[in-house]
Design a protein around this ligand. Structure first.
Ligand code: UT7
Length: 331
């Protein structure tokens, strides 16, 4: 059995900045409302011609370079997204093509905001068994082309941003740099409290003018319910990982939570008693980039020196599905 580690990390966001003030010109909202409820000040949205594959490829190239490997050394691509570039095939094969890699397997996974943690658990398991040596794990999202940019959709639209983050997961060679654990969960009993219903192969036809008139091709959310589930499940997932690794709270050097709402993350820290300087958030700049948010936030924490080699890092996420999970690692 091998152990796995993160060898390199990369990120990419579109250059177009969309501020809360920009959104307030398109719908009834305000900078003050958005900041007070979510912490978000601005987000990045793609320009025409830029998609999830382009963002993912840039993030992947940085991760590969920082891992000191070459694209040809990657033997599996895992692509986590809720916003695939096309209905099929999955986006991983387009990234594979853009990276100039042939023949390796490509796996697209659909666990929304928890996608990166699910992907890490898959990468970790494959590296541990020796099935694959260098796994490229990407979280990449383009929300902006599927949002209701009107007052009717304002509760969801103001939250989301576009972006990509990537890591190369490879073999650990010592006990100072390794993935310690992953714990993943789901509960489908409330799947519809955060979803986009149409277009749907479960509907005949997949989309209708009526469904579109009712705006059912845009994401909808019961924000209050999702908030309550998030602040319940995220502390549970952190505690689960701490128990499994026999850790105290004081052992955690840095918590990187999924970036859905600054208030959720503050509440989670308050509930587990983690001091504010032991966590990092950047939702203020990027909004919620779902599967990309954890690697984007971790990338920034590393750049700021908040995560140093050997530090004990906890990643935690909650999202649509409902899905949630945590990962503990020594960076
Ligand atoms: O990553 C996936 C997981 N997603 C999440 O974790 C999101 C969890 N939920 C939340 O973060 C919060 O529920 C929101 C930030 C989405 C909403 O905050 P809230 O405090 O739950 O607000 P609310 O939905 O109860 O709405 C309060 C009021 C309503 O008006 P009335 O009915 O009181 O007159 C809304 O219509 O705020 C109104 N509102 C807005 N006003 C200005 C909703 N969205 C907006 C908006 N701008 N963008």
């Amino acid at each position: 059995m091998y152990r796995s580690r993160i060898l390199g990390i990369g990120m990419s966001v579109p250059s177009r900045v969309v501020t809360n003030h920009d959104l307030a010109t398109k719908m009834e909202t305000s900078h003050e409302w958005i900041v007070e409820r979510t912490g978000i000040e601005e987000r990045r949205w793609v320009e025409p011609g830029e998609g999830g594959c382009e963002l993912a490829t840039k993030a992947a190239l940085e991760a590969i370079e920082r891992a000191h490997v070459a694209p040809k050394d990657i033997d599996l691509i895992i692509y986590a997204t809720l916003s695939p570039d096309f209905n099929f095939p999955g986006t991983a094969v387009f990234v594979q093509r853009a990276l100039g890699i042939k023949d390796i397997p490509c796996l697209d996974i659909r666990q929304q905001c928890t996608g990166f943690i699910y992907g890490l658990s898959i990468a970790d398991a494959y590296v541990r068994t020796g099935s694959f040596k260098n796994v490229l794990l990407i979280g990449s999202e383009v929300h902006s082309t599927g949002l209701d940019i009107s007052t009717a959709g304002r509760d969801v639209t103001v939250l989301f941003g576009d972006g990509a983050g990537a890591v190369v997961v490879g073999r650990a060679t010592d006990d100072q740099h390794l993935i310690l654990s992953t714990h993943i969960h789901a509960d489908g009993s409330e799947a519809e409290i955060l979803w986009t219903e149409y277009p749907a192969s479960a509907r005949h036809p997949r989309i209708t003018a009526e469904a579109m008139a009712e705006r059912k091709h845009f994401p909808t959310m019961n924000g209050k319910k999702v908030f309550i589930r998030a602040v319940t499940r995220m502390p549970q997932a952190i505690m689960e990982g701490m128990v499994a690794n026999n850790l105290q709270l004081s052992d955690i050097d840095m918590l990187i939570p999924h970036q859905a709402n600054l208030r959720i993350n503050q509440k989670v820290c308050e509930m587990i008693g983690l001091p504010a300087d032991k966590t990092h958030n950047n939702i203020q700049k990027y909004g919620n980039t779902t599967a990309a948010s954890i690697p984007i936030c971790m990338h920034e924490a590393i750049a700021l020196g908040k995560i140093k080699p050997g530090n004990l890092v906890c990643l935690v996420a909650f999202g649509a599905g409902l899905t949630w999970g945590s990962a503990f690692l020594r960076y």
